[in-house]
Design a binder for this molecule. Sequence first.
Ligand code: URA
Ligand code: CA
Length: 433
Amino acid sequence: MRMVDLIIKKQEGKELTKEEIRFLIEGYTDGSVPDYQMSAFAMAVYFQDMTDRERVEFTMAIAESGDQIDLSEIDGIKVDKHSTGGVGDTTTLVLAPLVASLGVPVAKMSGRGLGHTGGTLDKLESIPGFKIEISEEDFIELVNKNKVAVIGQSGDLCPADKKLYALRDVTGTVNSLPLIAGSIMSKKIAAGADAIVLDVKVGAGAFMKSIEDAEELAHAMVAIGNLAGRNTMAIISDMSQPLGYAVGNTLEIEEAIETLKGQGPADLEELCLELGAQMVYLGEKATSLEEARELLKEKLHNGEALEKFKEFIAAQYGNPEVVNDYSLMPQAKDKKEVYAEESGYVAEIDADAIGVAAMSLGAGRATKESEIDLAAGLMLHKKVGEKVAKGDLLVTLYANDKDFSEAESLVHQAYKFSSTSVEPTLIHETITE
Ligand code: URA
Ligand code: CA
C-alpha cells in the first residue's frame, strides 16, 4: 500500500477501506507516513468528507493508536460526558456526584486546564487535602464502592490524535467535521466509556458558530458512537455566555456546591439535569429521559447528591467540611469591581474574553508550566437578558497581587448590550440517534 494512492483516492471522493485507514493512522503514529503526506490527506478529507463507515474506522484506528483504559472491573455501565469546550463549565463537578447518587458509576479521568478553559483536576485541588494521584487499583475500588472517583490522566492515550491535531492546527484543516468528530470520539473510547453523552456548544464563544454546524457535528458523533457499540446521545447548548456566575477554580467549586444544595444558578442546574438525564438513562437507572430527570431533581433537592459529593471528597483525602465553610479553600486577597459603562440589556457575554480575563488574573495557565492561583477568577453579576444601567456592578475580579487592568478591559469587551431584551435559549436540541 502506498500513502500517495490513498491521498489520490480520497481526493477523488472515493471511500477508503478499513485496511487503508488503519495503514495511514498506524503509519502516521509510527512515523512511516510523514507530516506532508498526512497534511495532504487531511486537506483531501476537508474537501471530500468521509462516509459514516470511514468515520468509525478512522475513530477506532485513532483510539487504538496508543494505550486504552480498561474499566471492565467496574460494575455497571460506565457513562462518560464530554463538552466541546466551555468557560466556567462547572457541570462535571455537579454531575459526577449527582449521577453517582443514582448508582451510575462515574470513573472520571480528568486533565488540567490549559489556556483559558479550566480543568476539573485543578478545580478539585482547591479542596484542601484532595488527592488525584491515586493508583489505578484504588481508583477502581473507589468507583465500585462509592460510584464515583476522579484520577489524573496517565498513559499515552491517542498519540495519533495528538500528532494530527497539531498538524491540522498549522495546515488549515482544524475545521473539518469528520476530523473533529474522530478526534473527540477516539479519546472518549480510549478512556474506556461504555456510553457517551456529548454537550455540543454553539454560539460566538464556541467552536461551532451556527446551530446547523453544531447539529451536524452532534449527529456525526452520535452516529460514530453508536456504530462503534457505545450508546451515545448529545445535546446542543448555548455558549453565548459563560455557564453560571463563577469562573475560576475555588469559585467554581463553591458554585458546584451551591448547585448540589439545590440553590445554584438556574442555567447550570438546568444543563446538569439535561446531561445527567441522558447519563442516567444510558446507565440504565431509568427507563426514560423524563423519569431520569425527575430522579435527579429529587437527589439535588433532598441533599443526597451533596452527601455523595462529601463522600467522594473524603474518599480522596479531601476535607468534606468545605461544603459548609468555603473559607477552608484558598481565598483571594484583592478584589476589584467592574461597573457598566453603558445602559441596555445584556445581549451576549463573550465566553472566550471572560476566560482570558480569568486567566490574566492567574486562574488559568498560559503555558503548561505556569503556576495557577486557585483563588483567582471572577464572578459575573449580570447575565444575558438582564437590564443594566450605566454604573451597575457587572463583574467582581479576584486575584493576589495582580494588575487588574487587562481583565477589566476584557470584561468590557466581553459584554455586548442591546436596546431590547433578549431571552437566552440554553438548550437548543436533544439528539438521541
Ligand atoms: N476538540 C478536539 O479534541 N479535537 C478537535 O478536533 C476539535 C476539538
Ligand atoms: Ca460557572
